[in-house]
Design a protein around this ligand. Sequence first.
Ligand SMILES: [Zn+2]
Ligand SMILES: [Zn+2]
Ligand SMILES: [Zn+2]
Length: 275
Amino acid sequence: MNLETGMIMAMADVKASLAGAYAAGERPTFVSVLPSGYDEIWKMHGVMLVVPIVPPDAPTALQFALRLRRDALISGICENCEATFAIKIEAEVLDVPLAGLFFPHRITCPGNDASTKKMLQGYRQAKHDEKFDLASAAASERLREDAGSNGVELDAAEFGDRIEQRIAELLSPPVPVCEHLESDPDQVWSTFIAHADWKCDACWEQERQEVLRTGTKFDAIEEFTCDLCRRYAPKSIAKLVIRHGIFLLRGGACARCQAHEASQRAIDATVSGGN
Ligand SMILES: [Zn+2]
Ligand SMILES: [Zn+2]
Ligand SMILES: [Zn+2]
């Protein structure tokens, strides 16, 4: 499909025209980085190319494989196995075939699909775990800052089930999240227990300022309803902050729930030897 003229070309024509362009020394031009941060979009003759980014902290073998693949897309030939591009139909949208361009690297080439994919998955998983651990630690830190003496760190089984259930509800689709969580979920997620609207740290701080300015977020009933037992308790509501992994939940707890939680924690502390 030639996007520039709106003309749909047969696959053979696309291939011939691209081959001609590569042979004439024409090179794709950079368009943008994909939101995932893993790939870039380049374009040549109205054909979009998804070009892998070579992460500077990836293992050397993976960097080498990605660089081969990247250079092949840009130059038109793999310098290691001499694969040239091929075209296959990826999908059809309203009867219009959408073609993808790829390089059939030889199985002995370090840039081949199977081994690169395996290395890439390993690297991304490790990267994800690392970021997740950092986000968990940050959430824990935030809990201590925010909660002061009233912070309830999730460990008591009775509340654990209830809170885990609530988190599952708050995360069931469609989940309203800020754009930053959407593009990078490995960070601290904050919301009110009573209200599914997840925010990253920066957006949460903005929300907090907004609440400080306007006085309240919820109506008087919700404001004084315990988030653990859902009782209306205008006299005894105290601030409650709960962390579960990377999730931080804010709300209020009544005196009864606070006392219950405190005794649970005392029991847990005794059972686990004071840790
Ligand atoms: Zn190759
Ligand atoms: Zn945000
Ligand atoms: Zn309560």
